[in-house]
Design a protein around this ligand. Structure first.
Ligand SMILES: [Zn+2]
Length: 289
């Protein structure tokens, strides 16, 4: 798909969904002018980028995640590594949706692979919004043809209007519960994915040995402090990964790993490995307003 056509597709999607936006500076509503610019009633304005995403940060933020990391993650996702997880999330959305028309917001979407793949499974008229603070991630996401508006945005000041989203996804990414609460519809669901102790255990054993203490209790209890937990679902499976995907998996995972050259070499000298994926999907409803 050419950049031009992605830009015009995004322009059409924003024109149709301009009421979903709110200004990240003053929180006022926005209009989409000249098919290129979101403008709030105070005059703060945000241009649609040539590559077909919209940048709603007042200044660029340097993140620790570079383009190479997102490209690795995209190749891993395209290989089908996350497919059982994607299907499980899509099933949860399908079974809970109350209408033909729904909006899904992926908070911290990175290069957008999860949201784009979930949209292949869900039915009806579904519009996606994917936001990440990393411009590198969103630029890559925008090359994807899914029916999604991709935003570079600060998730602590999400440039989206109150109570528009029946579904928020938050996959292996930090949460901002007060923003999720603000954005969800009354019946809306927060679908958060967290890693379990066996997640990538084969790699973790190489990089950390037996020293590592894995604990997701804090994440669980924080979730339950903020939201009513209505369902948990464990997703556990193994994937045989061959090179060069095995190296991509190392590149897309925590930074402390990348520092350890000797252990990276140990992995890159391995031609194939069985890798465990072990996660829990937490489904929450917002407390009564
Ligand atoms: Zn404004």
């Amino acid at each position: 798909m050419s950049q031009q056509s992605r830009k015009s597709i995004t322009a059409e999607l924003i024109a149709e969904h301009a009421h979903f936006f709110s200004c990240p500076i003053c929180t006022r509503s926005m209009l989409f002018e000249n098919n290129t610019t979101l403008v709030c009633t105070e005059g703060h304005s945000y241009d649609l980028a040539k590559k077909g995403y919209i940048h709603l940060l007042s200044q660029s933020v340097d993140t620790k995640y570079d383009k190479a990391l997102f490209q690795s993650r995209q190749r891993i996702a395209e290989s089908g590594f996350f497919t059982p997880l994607i299907e499980a999330i899509a099933d949860l959305v399908e079974s809970a949706r109350l209408s033909e028309n729904i909006a899904i917001f992926d908070a911290g979407c990175g290069e957008g692979s999860h949201l784009a793949q979930i949209q292949k499974y869900v039915t009806g008229n579904t519009i996606g919004f994917g936001a990440d603070i990393s411009k590198e991630g969103i630029q890559l996401a925008a090359s994807n043809p899914s029916k999604t508006i991709w935003l570079v945005a600060d998730l602590a000041k999400t440039p989206l209007a109150n109570q528009k989203f029946p579904f928020i996804l938050n996959v292996l990414s930090p949460s901002n519960y007060s923003e999720f609460d603000r954005l969800l519809t009354d019946d809306g669901q927060l679908i958060k994915v967290i890693p379990n102790s066996a997640y990538l255990q084969e790699l973790r054993k190489i990089f950390y040995g037996d020293k590592e203490n894995f604990d997701n209790e804090k994440t669980m209890s924080r979730f339950q402090e903020k939201f009513d937990l209505i369902k948990t679902q464990e997703v556990k499976y193994q994937v045989r990964l061959e090179q060069p995907l095995l190296n991509d998996l190392v590149k897309m995972t925590p930074l402390s790993w990348s520092a350890n050259e000797a252990k990276r070499k140990q992995v890159s000298d391995t031609s194939a490995m069985d890798i465990t994926v072990d996660m829990t999907i937490l489904v929450g409803k917002r407390r009564k307003r």
